[in-house]
Design a binder for this molecule. Sequence first.
Ligand code: F6R
Length: 609
Amino acid sequence: MCGIIGYVGPRPAIEVILPGLRRLEYRGYDSAGVAVLEGGELQYDRAPGRLSVLEGLLAGRPREGTVGVGHTRWATHGEPTEANAHPHLDCTGRFALVHNGIIENHAVLKDRLVREGHRFGSYTDTEVIVHLVESSYRGDLEAALRAALDEVEGSFAVAVLCRDEPDRIVAARRNSPLIVGLGDGAQYLASDVPAILPYTRKVLYLEEEEMATLTREGVALRRLDGTAVHRTPTTVDWDMEAAEKGGYPHFMLKEIHEQPEAVRATIGGKTDRSRLRRLFGGLGIEAETLQHVERVVVVACGTAWHAGLVGKCAIEDLAGIPTQCEIASEFRYGAPVLGRDTLVVAVTQSGETADTLAGVRRAREAGAPVLAVCNVLGSSVPRASEGVFYTHAGPEIGVASTKAYTTQLVAMTLLATYLGLQRGTLDRQRAGRVLRAVGGLPGALREALAADAMVQECARRFQDSRTFFYIGRRYNLPTAFEGALKIKEIAYLHAEGYGAGEMKHGPIALVDPGLTAVAVFSEGATHDKMRSNVEEIRARGGRVVAVAPADDAEAARVADFVLPVPRVDEVVSPVVNVVPLQLLAYHMAVLGGRDVDRPRNLAKSVTVE
Ligand code: F6R
């Protein structure tokens, strides 16, 4: 998973490429490189490490070429070294190529190319493509790239420059995102919109198996089989502010604080029954299909999977439909029993997660209707699905997902309510109460965020813990999973999410003063059970932080520290309860001096297996 940018126009390409790469760093940041066409030659620069290393290199080597490509890498094949950084060149130095994706048959292709006399300079899977282009080139770059891609298996978004055709960039995609930005006398190419937003809002989304040739005069789209494609550009209405930090020290903190607005955007207006019907009526799946659903299977990864687990509780409670929630990387290789009466719901922020996308394709092949719950407009998962509910959380740049998660929770709750009403399993009063609770979420989130100073104090008090156990029950078991994931991924602290009732079946043996349990209290039947679970931990010397309403005297009595949240209906409690856990992870990470927005070994969208 990597970021690609390209520019052809009147300016030195580097002036567009470097800031663009900075905005794409969330896609990968272990090495970076650029190539420009200058004075009839290809000039290229690459550097391992963060983009600043490449910027330092280029400060001493001004590049004036006005056609160029850039790349920020997240290693899959080959260590993050200079040699493995993109762009890759062929043996003659005539072509430079950048790639996002994985070439699965690279070993076989490389053996053959080496036998034919090609010399390889890297350990990447990507390099085979540029050698294949070199082999096929007969004076037509587009034809050569098409021939090369005909031989590769796997996923790619590629862009290639050729010394002999210095006015153009040729690009193509299969299972990896790529967009083209249309300017006046200048054209842009990128993995994602924020990279080109300062220059243009007119965007062409490349579809599967399509290629684009960019010149100053314009862009020609074709299918990989050579047939011409005509498409009207989309106008992107995000403003740049939305993709920048807006005064917060980190994107993650900004995005945590954006949750009231993000959730409001997901709800998109009044929360009443007729609006719900209009909303789900227009998603692309027939109301009748949804009415006759016998089973729901949610497919997702990571944080999105946690949203799916909450969705399972809500769909079973409100709609009475048996629901299972599958990790996409398992689902895609399993033997799922699916049919037209099983609704598959694919939950994904980016819409580009390779395993989720593969799960969607698997489900579609089996004839199941697939509804995507997704944030990124026009991304691969919604396009591969029958219907889509966009969460409209806005761009999420911090690697750790926050506002994408809470908006996914809202989407799942609305879906459960809609299904319950459609099937007559949910009475109007209960539906009304749930919808009012959803409508009250922006205010409740603001209230939860107001406790930030207490969360910061809590982070200071408990940062020395050896290990954390996040415990929850029912709706808030996934909240516990999510809290533990957050603190692991950005603060690098050991944490486990666990069913509170399961502690006594093993993990309680770990309890001592070095263990902190973060107990997420739910309303309803499990509240008293949680209190007993917490007392068991305290009795063995463990320390306890409770997430509970400020007026929950029982939670306050048994815990060492309470992170207060507003009292809301249990169905929507995961939305507010996760807020102090996001903030706790954030403050622990800051106290530990971690790189909050770009945690080590992680990348924002996982477009490879
Ligand atoms: C964790 C996180 C990941 C993602 C997962 C799925 O903070 O962000 O666990 O949730 O990689 O990504 P999407 O939602 O883009 O499919």
